[in-house]
Design a binder for this molecule. Structure first.
Ligand code: MG
Length: 160
């Protein structure tokens, strides 16, 4: 078994859709980025790549490459899962936390976990998504952006 950690943050701006866990969340602003700026999925991608010893998403999907402009991050997650598969690994479980001042994500939690588990072809009980506010402190507290952490374990495919 191997473990990886991922962290990401994106700035909140007007005129963008808010996508988290591959789902459009009703909100008056969205996250700025080259892709759909799905901060949660980016943290998970980085955690998987970390466990693989495979660098980070910036290396594999550079924001200078027009091929990734506006791309769904769930799509990137599928590519990362395929990379893991080629190296003989599969994702065992994921724990993650989105840090945002608002909106409340409670109603979206299950669908986000389901989306992520479907992209990785694992059961939804292996994917945990949590949300926290930053109690008004720092860039998250000032509603300037959102951040996410993820920890992932992967295992060799034959060790099922
Ligand atoms: Mg990112």
């Amino acid at each position: 078994m191997r473990i990886g950690i991922g962290y990401d943050s994106h700035r909140l701006v007007e005129g963008r859709r808010l996508i988290l866990g591959g789902i459009e969340i009703q909100h008056e602003r969205g996250l700025l980025g080259h892709s759909d700026a799905d901060v949660l999925v980016h943290a998970i991608c980085d955690a998987i790549l970390g466990a693989l010893g495979g660098g980070d998403i910036g290396r594999h999907f550079p924001d200078t490459d027009p091929a990734f402009a506006g791309i769904s991050s769930i799509n990137l997650l599928q590519k990362v899962a395929a990379m893991a598969g080629e190296m003989g690994f599969e994702v065992n479980n994921i724990d993650s936390t989105v840090i945002l001042e608002r909106p409340k994500l409670m109603d979206y939690m299950h669908e986000m976990a389901l989306n992520i588990s479907n992209a990785l072809n694992i059961s939804v009980d292996r994917v945990n998504v949590k949300a926290k506010t930053n109690e008004g402190m720092g860039f998250v507290g000032r509603d300037e952006g959102m951040a996410a952490f993820a920890v992932v374990t992967i295992r060799e495919k034959d060790n099922k």
